[in-house]
Design a protein around this ligand. Sequence first.
Ligand SMILES: Cc1ncc(COP(=O)(O)O)c(C=O)c1O
Length: 375
Amino acid sequence: MDIVARAKELESQGRDIVRLEIGDPDFPTPEIITRAAEEAMAAGSTHYTQSLGLPDLRAAIHEHYRRTYGVDVDSEDVVVTQGTSPAMLLLFGALLDPGDEVIMPDPCYPAYPNYVSFLGGVPKALRVHARDGFRYDLEQLEAAITPRTKAIMITSPSNPTGAVLGADDLDALAELAERTGVHVASDEIYHGLTFCGPEHSILEFTDRAFVLNGFSKAYAMTGWRLGYLIAPREYVRSAEKIQQNFFLAANAFVQHAGVVALTQAQGAVAAMRELYDERRRFLVPALRRVGLTIESEPCGAFYVFADARCWCEDSLALSGRLLEEAGVACAPGIDFGEGGEGFLRFSYATALERLEEGVRRLEEWSEGRTAAVRR
Ligand SMILES: Cc1ncc(COP(=O)(O)O)c(C=O)c1O
């Protein structure tokens, strides 16, 4: 956030900054979705809905999971929330007693450990490595499970790494969860943005799973605040109580727009996905050319997590220097855990021309640095 604040400050002073630190799609929300919200608002959908969400939206989520993954999610097990973030509060609030543990990868999305700690749980970070495609080492994972472990967190496609878990990975995790009696908590918010093959939900492999999902990323709807939790039946009532007490319900007209997003905006999502992929295919080799190491190809979301230790071990200091000296903003890997130290996260939720300009600046900066070292 310091980098974001400083980038904005520099921009307000008239400096042109290439903004590659942001996880917010640069595309406008597809018009068909915006129109649906306007129509719903005009038709009077401006009041509370059921806490669990509009029946039409819960049915559309059921249908989306059936069509996309061939799984039969009961719409009774879906809780609609104001974004994926509140769904995390519902999940961990319903699942954890104080002292319960949740295993999560390091690096990972930083809100997970914060939610778990906030609820009195214990986040247990397990180091994952670029050389393994940022997958858990299954032996280490099993060894980390204790009688207090309630869930194994996965994010695929991943923020910050862009890594995608395949069917075999998910199958192995499902088997482990079933054998050891823990749940898998699967954050599927970047689904719809996978570039190297079919996309799988954890629900294809096990029912011992919670799914977090939302509309922010694939549908370019970060500001709308709409998401959902799919929970095993025995946790739905607890999640509902948290929703009722803390949030009441998601916005009514936004939920109507969510139905249209799931049922009529897949073409728009596919068009955005194609453009993200074009940017990814430019950015990965371009960053390698400027000297950064990307051991495993990022195949989803809109991030490249590059090893920048050739430039500097301290990712926060490095991202500060790149901002000041090169006019390029990116996220320091340390933000995502100690396992991210030495890495930089570049977001390609930015037009191709800006990515090209960013890479040009990095190249120039790197050459200047090498020349200075030689001198
Ligand atoms: C992995 C992951 N999960 C959840 C979120 C939060 O999503 P939402 O906007 O739906 O709250 C983000 C946002 O960047 C994310 O990267």
